[in-house]
Design a protein around this ligand. Structure first.
Ligand code: SF4
Ligand code: SF4
Length: 299
């Protein structure tokens, strides 16, 4: 089939032109993210809010935050310059579904102005069950959920708090709610036929032994890909985990966990952890060519 690992043919049919899912397509089709979602409803210990959501992004550069109108202007400008542009994602810099008005307004405007562009979102999953209807209403093709644990005891080491049901919740209880909402959201998306990929951040000493369990649980609930990404730990990223420095995994450690999970949910190994405002083919980032100033000049 040419698909990654043993992906079923009907799923491959849906994703083969998607740069993030097909090793082949990512040389020929472009994607972009628009940074319309600044707020977040949870705290990950590995996050530094000065930069983009670590779900899907490289540290170091702050994305230019856009209104939905600005975002759509940018998408239209990019699509006219980069004809391979097929996929638009909302991936932060916070959480797409902690900013539902902005995320879905962007999608609504895009459906009017550029109906051929496929839509995707990534989310930590906390708010996901509340927005499955909207996700289906706007024909969002793919959803990525970042799931780092399926055991709240592990989760409590990763997430100091969540904001849910109008209050801040901490500790084990917070991780348990997040876990339950992630599993429910994944099940609801699977039931509605929305392709769902799982990202996990490999955090040595915290969840490295645990990601096989994550792999098994997400596969059981219908995730079509499981992407295990390394924690990016650089001084300027401010990865703290309390106050002790938390290192990222070595290449060998990453590969060992990916290999241990092989045969479970299909693994995607070419995700580049793009910025929340990434533009272009995977592996290239042309976001600097499409700042708001430049887009306004193009008009
Ligand atoms: Fe940061 Fe993303 Fe975690 Fe929110 S979900 S705290 S933006 S890494
Ligand atoms: Fe694709 Fe990964 Fe980049 Fe998102 S972060 S656009 S999934 S390669």
């Amino acid at each position: 089939s040419g698909g990654p690992d043993d992906m079923p043919a009907e799923i491959w049919e849906k994703v083969k032109n998607h740069p993030c899912y097909s090793e082949e397509a990512h040389h020929h089709y472009a994607r972009m993210h628009v940074a319309v979602a600044p707020a977040c409803n949870i705290q990950c210990n590995y996050c530094n809010r000065k930069y983009d959501c670590s779900n899907e992004s490289r540290p170091g550069v702050v994305s230019q935050k856009l209104t939905p109108e600005q975002a759509v202007k940018k998408v239209v400008a990019v699509a006219s310059e980069i004809p391979q542009m097929t996929v638009l994602g909302v991936a932060g810099p916070g959480d797409s579904l902690a900013n539902p008005k902005k995320t879905f307004e962007t999608f609504r405007l895009l459906q009017e102005q550029a109906p051929d562009i496929k839509l995707c979102i990534s989310t930590n999953g906390l708010a996901l069950p509340d927005y499955v209807d909207e996700i289906c209403q706007y024909n969002v093709d793919h959803v990525t959920i970042t799931i780092n644990m399926v055991d709240p005891a592990v989760g409590a080491k990763i997430y100091p708090w969540i904001f849910w049901d109008h209050r801040r919740i901490t500790g084990y209880e917070a991780a348990k709610i997040l876990h339950e909402r992630q599993m429910l959201g994944l099940e609801m998306l699977t039931a509605r036929g929305v392709l769902t990929k799982i990202n996990s951040v490999l955090i040595p000493g915290i969840n490295d032994q645990h990601l096989m369990d994550v792999n098994r649980e997400v596969k059981k609930r219908g995730a079509f890909l499981h992407n295990i990404m390394p924690l990016i730990s650089e001084a300027e990223h401010g990865t703290v985990f309390g106050l002790t420095g938390q290192r990222g995994p070595s290449a060998q450690e990453l590969k060992a966990v990916q290999d241990a999970c092989a045969g479970g949910a299909n693994l995607m190994r070419h995700c580049r952890q793009c910025r929340a405002d990434a533009v272009g083919l995977l592996g290239e980032d042309r976001s600097d060519e499409f700042t708001l100033d430049k887009i306004e000049e193009m008009e």
